[in-house]
Design a protein around this ligand. Structure first.
Ligand SMILES: [Mg+2]
Length: 447
Protein backbone atom coordinates (compact mmCIF):
# COMPACT_ATOMS: atom_id res chain seq x y z
CA UNK A 1 0.00 0.00 0.00
CA UNK A 2 1.36 3.47 -0.84
CA UNK A 3 2.07 6.07 1.87
CA UNK A 4 -0.92 8.02 0.63
CA UNK A 5 -3.15 4.98 0.71
CA UNK A 6 -1.86 4.16 4.20
CA UNK A 7 -2.65 7.62 5.52
CA UNK A 8 -6.08 7.47 3.89
CA UNK A 9 -6.81 3.96 5.02
CA UNK A 10 -9.31 3.36 7.73
CA UNK A 11 -9.45 0.97 10.63
CA UNK A 12 -8.07 -2.39 9.52
CA UNK A 13 -10.16 -4.54 11.88
CA UNK A 14 -11.91 -7.28 9.93
CA UNK A 15 -15.45 -6.18 10.90
CA UNK A 16 -14.70 -2.70 9.55
CA UNK A 17 -12.85 -3.99 6.52
CA UNK A 18 -15.94 -5.91 5.46
CA UNK A 19 -17.82 -2.67 4.69
CA UNK A 20 -14.84 -0.53 3.80
CA UNK A 21 -15.06 1.17 0.40
CA UNK A 22 -11.72 1.86 -1.23
CA UNK A 23 -10.41 3.17 -4.52
CA UNK A 24 -9.68 0.13 -6.66
CA UNK A 25 -8.51 1.68 -9.94
CA UNK A 26 -7.59 4.88 -11.74
CA UNK A 27 -7.90 4.66 -15.51
CA UNK A 28 -6.76 7.27 -18.04
CA UNK A 29 -7.87 7.13 -21.68
CA UNK A 30 -6.52 9.00 -24.71
CA UNK A 31 -9.43 10.66 -26.52
CA UNK A 32 -8.94 12.98 -29.49
CA UNK A 33 -11.30 14.96 -31.71
CA UNK A 34 -10.20 15.96 -35.23
CA UNK A 35 -10.98 19.68 -34.80
CA UNK A 36 -7.96 20.70 -36.88
CA UNK A 37 -9.84 19.69 -40.06
CA UNK A 38 -12.00 22.85 -39.80
CA UNK A 39 -9.33 24.91 -38.00
CA UNK A 40 -11.62 25.17 -34.97
CA UNK A 41 -9.47 26.30 -32.07
CA UNK A 42 -6.71 27.77 -34.25
CA UNK A 43 -4.66 30.61 -32.77
CA UNK A 44 -1.24 32.24 -33.06
CA UNK A 45 0.56 29.44 -31.25
CA UNK A 46 -1.69 26.48 -32.01
CA UNK A 47 -2.42 26.60 -35.75
CA UNK A 48 -3.97 23.12 -36.08
CA UNK A 49 -5.13 21.76 -32.71
CA UNK A 50 -7.01 18.49 -32.34
CA UNK A 51 -8.98 19.04 -29.15
CA UNK A 52 -8.23 16.08 -26.94
CA UNK A 53 -8.36 14.82 -23.40
CA UNK A 54 -6.72 12.43 -21.03
CA UNK A 55 -10.00 11.11 -19.64
CA UNK A 56 -9.80 9.86 -16.07
CA UNK A 57 -12.07 7.46 -14.20
CA UNK A 58 -11.55 6.68 -10.50
CA UNK A 59 -13.45 3.52 -9.45
CA UNK A 60 -14.31 2.29 -5.99
CA UNK A 61 -14.89 -1.17 -4.55
CA UNK A 62 -18.60 -0.31 -4.30
CA UNK A 63 -18.78 0.26 -8.06
CA UNK A 64 -18.95 4.06 -7.82
CA UNK A 65 -17.01 6.21 -10.29
CA UNK A 66 -15.58 9.71 -10.35
CA UNK A 67 -14.82 11.20 -13.76
CA UNK A 68 -12.60 14.04 -14.88
CA UNK A 69 -10.32 14.97 -17.74
CA UNK A 70 -7.25 16.96 -18.67
CA UNK A 71 -7.68 19.01 -21.82
CA UNK A 72 -4.87 18.55 -24.37
CA UNK A 73 -4.49 19.29 -28.08
CA UNK A 74 -3.42 16.10 -29.79
CA UNK A 75 0.07 14.59 -29.68
CA UNK A 76 1.14 14.24 -26.07
CA UNK A 77 -2.24 13.22 -24.76
CA UNK A 78 -0.72 9.77 -24.27
CA UNK A 79 1.98 11.39 -22.12
CA UNK A 80 -0.66 13.12 -19.99
CA UNK A 81 -2.58 9.85 -19.60
CA UNK A 82 0.64 8.05 -18.63
CA UNK A 83 1.30 10.60 -15.87
CA UNK A 84 -2.13 9.87 -14.41
CA UNK A 85 -1.42 6.15 -14.52
CA UNK A 86 1.95 6.62 -12.77
CA UNK A 87 0.09 8.33 -9.92
CA UNK A 88 -2.64 5.67 -9.80
CA UNK A 89 -0.87 3.24 -7.40
CA UNK A 90 -0.63 6.06 -4.86
CA UNK A 91 -4.40 6.30 -4.52
CA UNK A 92 -5.46 2.71 -5.10
CA UNK A 93 -6.30 1.37 -1.67
CA UNK A 94 -7.32 4.74 -0.22
CA UNK A 95 -10.42 4.69 1.94
CA UNK A 96 -13.10 6.53 -0.01
CA UNK A 97 -14.91 8.16 2.90
CA UNK A 98 -11.61 9.39 4.34
CA UNK A 99 -10.42 10.75 1.01
CA UNK A 100 -13.74 12.50 0.43
CA UNK A 101 -13.83 13.74 4.01
CA UNK A 102 -10.34 15.24 3.82
CA UNK A 103 -9.85 16.29 0.21
CA UNK A 104 -7.41 18.96 1.39
CA UNK A 105 -5.11 16.35 2.88
CA UNK A 106 -5.67 14.02 -0.08
CA UNK A 107 -4.66 16.69 -2.62
CA UNK A 108 -1.64 17.80 -0.58
CA UNK A 109 -0.40 14.23 -0.21
CA UNK A 110 -0.79 13.54 -3.93
CA UNK A 111 0.99 16.76 -4.98
CA UNK A 112 3.69 16.08 -2.41
CA UNK A 113 4.74 12.64 -3.67
CA UNK A 114 8.51 13.08 -3.74
CA UNK A 115 9.52 11.33 -7.00
CA UNK A 116 6.72 12.94 -9.00
CA UNK A 117 7.09 16.31 -7.31
CA UNK A 118 10.69 16.31 -8.49
CA UNK A 119 9.40 16.55 -12.06
CA UNK A 120 7.54 19.79 -11.23
CA UNK A 121 7.24 20.92 -8.57
CA UNK A 122 3.52 21.59 -8.92
CA UNK A 123 3.65 22.41 -12.61
CA UNK A 124 3.11 20.87 -16.00
CA UNK A 125 2.09 17.33 -16.88
CA UNK A 126 2.55 15.91 -13.41
CA UNK A 127 0.56 18.62 -11.69
CA UNK A 128 -2.23 18.40 -14.26
CA UNK A 129 -2.35 14.66 -13.56
CA UNK A 130 -2.67 15.40 -9.84
CA UNK A 131 -5.47 17.84 -10.68
CA UNK A 132 -7.26 15.21 -12.77
CA UNK A 133 -7.32 12.68 -9.94
CA UNK A 134 -8.34 15.31 -7.39
CA UNK A 135 -11.12 16.51 -9.69
CA UNK A 136 -12.33 12.94 -10.24
CA UNK A 137 -12.64 12.45 -6.48
CA UNK A 138 -14.57 15.74 -6.28
CA UNK A 139 -16.88 14.40 -8.99
CA UNK A 140 -17.36 11.24 -6.94
CA UNK A 141 -18.18 13.34 -3.87
CA UNK A 142 -20.64 15.52 -5.77
CA UNK A 143 -22.29 12.48 -7.38
CA UNK A 144 -22.64 10.94 -3.94
CA UNK A 145 -24.15 14.14 -2.54
CA UNK A 146 -26.54 14.37 -5.52
CA UNK A 147 -25.37 17.93 -6.14
CA UNK A 148 -23.70 19.86 -8.95
CA UNK A 149 -20.15 20.64 -7.87
CA UNK A 150 -20.83 24.37 -7.56
CA UNK A 151 -23.64 23.75 -5.10
CA UNK A 152 -21.65 21.20 -3.13
CA UNK A 153 -18.79 23.68 -2.71
CA UNK A 154 -21.16 26.53 -1.93
CA UNK A 155 -22.69 24.43 0.84
CA UNK A 156 -19.41 23.89 2.70
CA UNK A 157 -18.67 26.02 5.74
CA UNK A 158 -15.93 28.67 5.54
CA UNK A 159 -13.83 26.50 7.86
CA UNK A 160 -14.26 23.43 5.63
CA UNK A 161 -13.28 25.47 2.56
CA UNK A 162 -10.17 26.91 4.21
CA UNK A 163 -9.11 23.37 5.16
CA UNK A 164 -9.06 22.46 1.45
CA UNK A 165 -6.37 25.01 0.60
CA UNK A 166 -2.62 24.46 0.73
CA UNK A 167 -1.42 27.83 2.02
CA UNK A 168 2.25 26.92 1.68
CA UNK A 169 3.87 29.45 -0.66
CA UNK A 170 0.89 31.85 -0.59
CA UNK A 171 0.42 32.77 3.07
CA UNK A 172 2.68 35.80 2.63
CA UNK A 173 -0.15 37.22 0.49
CA UNK A 174 -3.19 35.44 1.93
CA UNK A 175 -3.31 33.91 5.41
CA UNK A 176 -5.84 31.26 6.43
CA UNK A 177 -7.46 33.86 8.70
CA UNK A 178 -7.85 36.29 5.80
CA UNK A 179 -9.33 33.51 3.65
CA UNK A 180 -11.75 32.70 6.43
CA UNK A 181 -12.76 36.35 6.68
CA UNK A 182 -13.42 36.51 2.90
CA UNK A 183 -15.60 33.40 3.04
CA UNK A 184 -17.45 34.51 6.17
CA UNK A 185 -18.17 37.89 4.58
CA UNK A 186 -19.87 36.11 1.66
CA UNK A 187 -21.72 33.58 3.81
CA UNK A 188 -24.89 35.55 4.70
CA UNK A 189 -25.75 36.20 1.04
CA UNK A 190 -25.16 32.68 -0.26
CA UNK A 191 -28.79 31.57 -0.49
CA UNK A 192 -29.92 34.74 -2.21
CA UNK A 193 -27.09 34.58 -4.76
CA UNK A 194 -27.70 30.87 -5.44
CA UNK A 195 -31.32 31.71 -6.12
CA UNK A 196 -30.33 34.51 -8.50
CA UNK A 197 -27.84 32.20 -10.22
CA UNK A 198 -30.50 29.56 -10.79
CA UNK A 199 -32.94 32.17 -12.09
CA UNK A 200 -30.65 34.27 -14.28
CA UNK A 201 -27.61 32.13 -15.06
CA UNK A 202 -24.06 33.46 -15.33
CA UNK A 203 -22.67 35.77 -18.05
CA UNK A 204 -20.83 34.12 -20.95
CA UNK A 205 -18.67 35.44 -23.74
CA UNK A 206 -17.87 33.69 -27.00
CA UNK A 207 -14.66 32.85 -28.81
CA UNK A 208 -16.49 30.84 -31.48
CA UNK A 209 -16.21 33.52 -34.22
CA UNK A 210 -12.62 34.54 -33.67
CA UNK A 211 -10.35 31.59 -34.47
CA UNK A 212 -7.33 32.70 -36.44
CA UNK A 213 -7.83 30.14 -39.21
CA UNK A 214 -11.33 31.36 -40.12
CA UNK A 215 -11.64 33.52 -43.24
CA UNK A 216 -13.14 37.02 -43.08
CA UNK A 217 -16.59 35.94 -44.24
CA UNK A 218 -16.85 33.29 -41.55
CA UNK A 219 -15.50 35.73 -38.94
CA UNK A 220 -18.11 38.35 -39.78
CA UNK A 221 -20.96 35.86 -40.13
CA UNK A 222 -20.23 34.18 -36.79
CA UNK A 223 -19.73 37.55 -35.04
CA UNK A 224 -23.15 38.74 -36.18
CA UNK A 225 -24.63 35.41 -35.17
CA UNK A 226 -23.03 35.76 -31.71
CA UNK A 227 -24.72 39.12 -31.18
CA UNK A 228 -28.05 37.66 -32.29
CA UNK A 229 -27.46 34.83 -29.80
CA UNK A 230 -27.22 37.37 -26.99
CA UNK A 231 -23.46 37.75 -26.45
CA UNK A 232 -22.11 41.21 -25.70
CA UNK A 233 -18.45 40.17 -25.55
CA UNK A 234 -16.61 38.45 -28.40
CA UNK A 235 -12.97 37.37 -28.39
CA UNK A 236 -10.66 37.43 -31.40
CA UNK A 237 -7.36 35.66 -31.77
CA UNK A 238 -4.48 37.97 -32.70
CA UNK A 239 -0.73 37.94 -32.87
CA UNK A 240 0.27 36.17 -36.08
CA UNK A 241 0.17 39.15 -38.48
CA UNK A 242 -0.46 42.78 -37.53
CA UNK A 243 -2.20 43.73 -40.78
CA UNK A 244 -4.55 40.77 -40.37
CA UNK A 245 -5.28 41.81 -36.80
CA UNK A 246 -6.14 45.37 -37.82
CA UNK A 247 -8.35 44.21 -40.69
CA UNK A 248 -10.17 41.59 -38.63
CA UNK A 249 -10.76 43.97 -35.72
CA UNK A 250 -12.17 46.58 -38.12
CA UNK A 251 -14.43 44.00 -39.80
CA UNK A 252 -15.84 42.75 -36.53
CA UNK A 253 -16.28 46.24 -35.06
CA UNK A 254 -18.18 47.29 -38.20
CA UNK A 255 -20.26 44.10 -38.07
CA UNK A 256 -21.29 44.22 -34.41
CA UNK A 257 -21.48 47.97 -33.75
CA UNK A 258 -19.97 50.04 -30.95
CA UNK A 259 -21.73 48.44 -27.96
CA UNK A 260 -20.41 44.90 -28.21
CA UNK A 261 -17.13 44.45 -26.37
CA UNK A 262 -14.22 42.81 -28.19
CA UNK A 263 -11.41 41.09 -26.28
CA UNK A 264 -8.23 39.94 -28.00
CA UNK A 265 -6.02 36.93 -27.28
CA UNK A 266 -2.41 36.51 -28.43
CA UNK A 267 -1.88 33.06 -26.89
CA UNK A 268 1.67 34.00 -25.75
CA UNK A 269 2.84 34.98 -29.24
CA UNK A 270 4.96 37.99 -28.27
CA UNK A 271 8.00 39.01 -26.31
CA UNK A 272 7.41 41.88 -23.89
CA UNK A 273 8.70 44.73 -26.08
CA UNK A 274 7.02 43.22 -29.12
CA UNK A 275 3.69 43.04 -27.27
CA UNK A 276 3.89 46.71 -26.31
CA UNK A 277 4.63 47.86 -29.86
CA UNK A 278 2.13 45.44 -31.49
CA UNK A 279 -0.68 46.60 -29.22
CA UNK A 280 -0.16 50.32 -29.95
CA UNK A 281 -2.04 50.35 -33.30
CA UNK A 282 -4.77 48.05 -31.86
CA UNK A 283 -5.64 50.48 -29.07
CA UNK A 284 -8.12 52.57 -31.13
CA UNK A 285 -10.36 49.46 -31.25
CA UNK A 286 -10.57 49.57 -27.42
CA UNK A 287 -9.94 45.88 -26.73
CA UNK A 288 -11.80 44.84 -23.58
CA UNK A 289 -8.66 42.95 -22.58
CA UNK A 290 -5.46 41.59 -24.09
CA UNK A 291 -5.13 37.95 -23.12
CA UNK A 292 -1.82 36.07 -22.80
CA UNK A 293 0.30 38.76 -24.45
CA UNK A 294 3.50 36.94 -23.49
CA UNK A 295 4.90 33.93 -21.65
CA UNK A 296 2.60 32.88 -18.81
CA UNK A 297 5.67 32.63 -16.55
CA UNK A 298 6.69 36.27 -17.05
CA UNK A 299 5.10 38.08 -14.12
CA UNK A 300 7.07 41.30 -14.49
CA UNK A 301 6.60 41.24 -18.27
CA UNK A 302 2.83 41.22 -17.81
CA UNK A 303 3.12 44.16 -15.42
CA UNK A 304 5.14 46.15 -17.98
CA UNK A 305 2.75 45.34 -20.82
CA UNK A 306 -0.18 46.40 -18.65
CA UNK A 307 1.50 49.64 -17.69
CA UNK A 308 2.88 50.62 -21.10
CA UNK A 309 0.06 49.46 -23.38
CA UNK A 310 -2.62 51.00 -21.19
CA UNK A 311 -4.81 47.96 -21.90
CA UNK A 312 -6.38 45.59 -19.37
CA UNK A 313 -4.34 42.37 -19.22
CA UNK A 314 -5.81 38.89 -18.72
CA UNK A 315 -4.01 35.60 -18.21
CA UNK A 316 -4.19 32.26 -16.45
CA UNK A 317 -5.04 29.36 -18.74
CA UNK A 318 -1.36 28.38 -18.78
CA UNK A 319 -0.42 29.60 -15.30
CA UNK A 320 1.09 26.61 -13.53
CA UNK A 321 -0.10 27.06 -9.97
CA UNK A 322 -1.24 29.34 -7.14
CA UNK A 323 2.28 30.73 -6.68
CA UNK A 324 2.42 32.42 -10.08
CA UNK A 325 -1.14 33.72 -9.65
CA UNK A 326 -0.03 35.17 -6.31
CA UNK A 327 2.85 36.98 -7.97
CA UNK A 328 0.71 38.24 -10.87
CA UNK A 329 -1.63 39.77 -8.30
CA UNK A 330 1.15 41.10 -6.03
CA UNK A 331 2.86 42.72 -9.00
CA UNK A 332 -0.35 44.38 -10.23
CA UNK A 333 0.20 42.55 -13.51
CA UNK A 334 -3.36 41.45 -14.32
CA UNK A 335 -6.83 42.95 -14.52
CA UNK A 336 -8.51 39.59 -15.09
CA UNK A 337 -7.65 36.19 -13.58
CA UNK A 338 -8.43 33.33 -15.95
CA UNK A 339 -8.57 30.09 -14.02
CA UNK A 340 -8.66 26.80 -15.91
CA UNK A 341 -10.30 23.69 -14.46
CA UNK A 342 -7.51 21.38 -15.68
CA UNK A 343 -4.27 23.38 -15.54
CA UNK A 344 -3.54 23.42 -11.81
CA UNK A 345 -3.89 20.87 -9.00
CA UNK A 346 -7.66 20.53 -9.17
CA UNK A 347 -10.58 22.13 -7.36
CA UNK A 348 -8.50 22.73 -4.24
CA UNK A 349 -5.83 24.83 -5.92
CA UNK A 350 -8.44 26.72 -7.94
CA UNK A 351 -10.12 27.55 -4.63
CA UNK A 352 -6.80 29.02 -3.46
CA UNK A 353 -6.66 31.11 -6.64
CA UNK A 354 -10.27 32.30 -6.25
CA UNK A 355 -9.44 33.40 -2.70
CA UNK A 356 -6.28 35.20 -3.84
CA UNK A 357 -8.23 37.02 -6.54
CA UNK A 358 -10.90 38.00 -4.00
CA UNK A 359 -8.23 39.29 -1.63
CA UNK A 360 -6.74 41.48 -4.39
CA UNK A 361 -10.15 42.51 -5.76
CA UNK A 362 -9.48 41.16 -9.26
CA UNK A 363 -12.35 39.49 -11.17
CA UNK A 364 -12.09 35.85 -12.20
CA UNK A 365 -13.21 35.17 -15.78
CA UNK A 366 -12.45 31.50 -16.44
CA UNK A 367 -10.80 30.05 -19.50
CA UNK A 368 -12.99 27.47 -21.20
CA UNK A 369 -13.62 26.06 -24.66
CA UNK A 370 -11.41 23.12 -25.50
CA UNK A 371 -13.25 19.90 -24.78
CA UNK A 372 -15.03 19.73 -21.45
CA UNK A 373 -13.54 22.95 -20.07
CA UNK A 374 -16.86 24.81 -20.24
CA UNK A 375 -18.61 21.89 -18.55
CA UNK A 376 -16.06 21.83 -15.72
CA UNK A 377 -15.06 25.42 -15.05
CA UNK A 378 -18.60 26.83 -14.92
CA UNK A 379 -18.90 25.19 -11.49
CA UNK A 380 -15.91 27.14 -10.16
CA UNK A 381 -17.15 30.49 -11.48
CA UNK A 382 -20.62 29.91 -10.04
CA UNK A 383 -19.18 28.83 -6.68
CA UNK A 384 -17.01 31.98 -6.70
CA UNK A 385 -20.11 34.10 -7.18
CA UNK A 386 -22.17 32.37 -4.51
CA UNK A 387 -19.57 31.85 -1.79
CA UNK A 388 -16.25 33.63 -2.42
CA UNK A 389 -16.20 36.95 -4.28
CA UNK A 390 -19.99 37.34 -4.12
CA UNK A 391 -19.74 39.30 -7.36
CA UNK A 392 -21.13 38.74 -10.86
CA UNK A 393 -20.37 42.21 -12.23
CA UNK A 394 -17.34 42.11 -14.51
CA UNK A 395 -17.35 38.30 -14.41
CA UNK A 396 -17.85 36.24 -17.53
CA UNK A 397 -17.13 32.62 -18.50
CA UNK A 398 -15.65 31.82 -21.90
CA UNK A 399 -17.87 29.78 -24.19
CA UNK A 400 -16.95 27.97 -27.36
CA UNK A 401 -19.60 26.02 -29.19
CA UNK A 402 -17.72 22.81 -29.92
CA UNK A 403 -17.99 19.20 -28.76
CA UNK A 404 -20.64 19.65 -26.07
CA UNK A 405 -22.69 16.84 -27.58
CA UNK A 406 -20.21 14.32 -26.17
CA UNK A 407 -21.07 15.16 -22.56
CA UNK A 408 -23.70 13.53 -20.38
CA UNK A 409 -24.49 16.93 -18.82
CA UNK A 410 -23.58 19.45 -21.54
CA UNK A 411 -23.46 23.16 -20.79
CA UNK A 412 -26.54 25.15 -21.63
CA UNK A 413 -25.88 28.70 -22.81
CA UNK A 414 -28.98 30.76 -23.46
CA UNK A 415 -29.17 34.48 -24.36
CA UNK A 416 -25.45 34.83 -23.69
CA UNK A 417 -25.59 33.24 -20.24
CA UNK A 418 -24.64 29.89 -18.77
CA UNK A 419 -27.62 28.16 -17.19
CA UNK A 420 -26.60 26.86 -13.74
CA UNK A 421 -26.20 23.07 -13.97
CA UNK A 422 -28.54 21.09 -11.74
CA UNK A 423 -27.30 17.53 -12.32
CA UNK A 424 -24.87 15.94 -9.87
CA UNK A 425 -21.11 15.95 -10.39
CA UNK A 426 -18.30 18.03 -11.78
CA UNK A 427 -19.44 18.08 -15.40
CA UNK A 428 -16.69 16.08 -17.12
CA UNK A 429 -18.59 12.86 -17.69
CA UNK A 430 -18.67 11.89 -21.39
CA UNK A 431 -20.92 9.44 -23.21
CA UNK A 432 -19.37 5.94 -23.47
CA UNK A 433 -20.07 5.95 -27.23
CA UNK A 434 -18.05 9.16 -27.67
CA UNK A 435 -15.16 7.78 -25.64
CA UNK A 436 -15.15 4.67 -27.82
CA UNK A 437 -15.49 6.45 -31.16
CA UNK A 438 -12.79 9.05 -30.50
CA UNK A 439 -10.33 6.83 -28.61
CA UNK A 440 -6.89 7.35 -30.07
CA UNK A 441 -5.59 5.69 -32.17
CA UNK A 442 -8.07 2.82 -32.38
CA UNK A 443 -11.49 4.49 -32.18
CA UNK A 444 -13.74 4.32 -35.21
CA UNK A 445 -13.19 8.04 -35.95
CA UNK A 446 -9.43 7.49 -36.25
CA UNK A 447 -9.00 3.91 -37.46
MG1 LIG B 1 -6.83 32.14 -24.43
Amino acid sequence: MSDLATSFSQDQRSDVRAVREEIVSVEARDVRFPTSRALDGSDAMNPTPDYSAAYVVVRTSAGAEGHSLVFTIGRGTDLQAAAVEVLAPLVVGCDVSQAIGDLGGFARALAGDSPMRWLGPEKGIVHMAVGAIVNAVWDLRAQRAGLPLWALLAGLSPEELVALVDFRYIDDALTPDEALAILRRAEPGRAERAQRLRAEGFPAYTTTPGWLGYDDDKLVRLSQQAVRDGFDLIKLKVGADLDDDLRRLRLVRDAVGPDVRIAIDANQAWGVDEAISWLEPLRPFHPYWIEEPTSPDDVLGHARIRGESGLPVATGEHVHNRVIFKQLLQAGAVDVVQIDACRVGGVNENLAILLLAAKFGVPVCPHAGGVGLCEMVQHLAMFDYVAVSGEMDGRVIEFVDHLHEHFVDPVVVRDGRYVAPSGPGGGARMHPASLAAFAYPDGTEWA
